[in-house]
Ligand binder design. Structure first.
Ligand code: PMP
Length: 455
């Protein structure tokens, strides 16, 4: 296996950093002028971009982004899935213009017929019969957890180490030395000790899931079908079936968060792999970039919630904690209808998945040729490389493979050569407009920049 030369990496990184700074004087100036923004950015996570300052957006269409210095990029970040339908897809833009402009009424507290259309479409894809809308996947997860606690009368959520489900307090947990949940490093001021709200298991380890569920206090297992926020860590054969069976056996609900894994196909991993969630969560992509999220309930979970609301011990209408004034607004439901109906179609998924396969083969060819100790994992239309070989099996193993200097080098080297990769990841996502030429550009560029490192 080829060894990583840290001195060479540092030299190459310096060179890419200098080129990045030189190429982007306007982005840099705007960043330096942004003194009224906390962290100089609209949201503090935008400081995750490598290079000391983020690129400033000028325009974007399809899978192309142009920055304020006039450079155009092939975008494999796609807003970390928010733009999986491509930037400003025509059908979504038309629906949004019609609702916001001709018809008017962006947010009125009144439903539109689009919401039922979207609910029916979500059932067709993911199987859940009853849907509610939010404005983010985080919020959808929060309501899913609340309703699971209500339906089961249990306090805790079981998550997997190194999961990410948005800014959901219960989910920032790792297993502590005594097996109890403890706060993940960096977690900002958790409201209560994580052990009060959370149990943590290890991905691909059914014994750890059973041990956590055996306490009898878990309302829901909250999981993605594959971990996608610590690299892509795929489930081993039988793992998800085992989680489903254990959840049922120990009286916990299964909440499947498909915010990222929707890339697996038209009906997400739930349809591709025949999962049977009790509650289903999705966000980011289904509005074509317009803020939205959704959670779907099984008939049984809905009935359990309704029993409590009818008995008067829970309020899902007024101030019971399930809400969001702008949730389900006319603009985001119009965007979801157009995006699901006309953009993220079965044909689009077939195209995107074929390209992600080609992307994966291209990366694997370089890894094989240069004997690089990394791996690449793919889930439908997304693929991600990780600095470990073989591919990690657990969140813990994948976390141990993190390498900030390598991340920075690869992200900057790609950006300097016209390719955007997702800042939190080495993730590449395909959208309907991504082309084989775009993938081939990445394949060549990856060979060049990895070749310089493992010369
Ligand atoms: N669930 C998963 C699996 C995610 O990856 C994310 C965000 N990366 C979220 C939920 C939260 O999405 P949002 O930040 O849009 O609320």
């Amino acid at each position: 296996m080829a060894d990583l030369d840290r001195t060479l990496l540092a030299t190459l990184l310096d060179g890419e950093q200098a080129a990045y700074t030189d190429r982007h004087p306007r982005s840099r100036m705007l960043f330096e002028e942004a003194g009224n923004l906390f962290g100089r950015v609209p949201m503090t996570w935008m400081n995750m971009w490598s290079g000391g300052f983020p690129l400033y957006l000028d325009s974007a269409t399809g899978n192309r982004v142009t920055d304020v210095d006039g450079h155009t990029y092939v975008d494999f970040a796609l807003g970390d899935t928010g733009a999986m339908a491509g930037h400003s897809p025509a059908a979504t833009v038309a629906a949004v213009q019609r609702r916001a402009g001709q018809l008017g009424g962006i947010t009125t507290m009144l439903p539109t017929a689009d919401a039922q259309w979207v609910g029916a479409e979500l059932e067709r894809r993911f199987g859940m019969p009853l849907w509610s809308f939010t404005l983010s996947a985080t919020d959808a997860n929060r309501w899913a957890i609340r309703l699971a606690r209500l339906a089961t009368g249990r306090p805790k959520v079981l998550v997997f180490a190194y999961c990410y489900h948005g800014s959901v307090d219960e989910a920032f947990a790792l297993p502590g030395p005594d097996g109890k949940a403890e706060s993940r490093p960096g977690n900002v001021a958790p409201p209560v000790d994580l052990d009060l709200t959370t149990r943590v298991a290890t991905w691909n380890d059914l014994a750890s899931v059973e041990a956590a569920l055996a306490h009898g206090d878990v309302a829901a297992v909250l999981t993605e079908p594959a971990l996608t926020n610590i690299g892509i860590v795929l489930p081993e054969p039988g793992f998800l079936e085992g989680v489903r069976e254990l959840a049922t056996r120990y009286g916990a609900l299964l909440v499947i968060d498909e915010t990222h894994t929707f890339s697996a196909g038209w009906g997400g991993a739930t349809r591709e792999w025949g999962l049977a969630p009790d509650v289903f969560v999705i966000g980011k992509s289904i509005g074509g970039g317009i803020p939205c999220g959704a959670y779907g309930l099984s008939a049984e979970v809905a009935a359990a919630v309704t029993r409590h609301t009818e008995a008067g011990d829970a309020d899902i209408v007024d101030v019971g904690g399930v809400g969001g004034t702008l949730a389900g607004n006319a603009l985001s439901t119009a965007a979801m209808r157009a995006t699901l109906g006309e953009v993220l179609t079965p044909e689009a998924f077939a195209h995107m998945t074929a390209l992600a396969s080609a992307f994966t083969e291209g990366v694997q060819a370089t890894l094989d040729e240069l004997d690089v100790p990394w791996s690449i994992s793919r889930l439908g239309a997304r693929a991600e490389y990780r600095f470990a070989r073989p591919a990690p099996r657990t969140g813990e193993e994948s976390a141990a493979a993190a390498d900030d200097a390598l991340d920075a080098y690869l992200h900057l080297a790609m950006a300097n050569r016209g390719i955007l990769m997702t800042p939190f990841h080495n993730m590449a996502l395909m959208c309907p407009e991504t082309s084989r030429d775009d993938v081939d550009l990445h394949t060549r560029t990856f060979r060049e920049v990895v070749g310089a490192l493992f010369a």
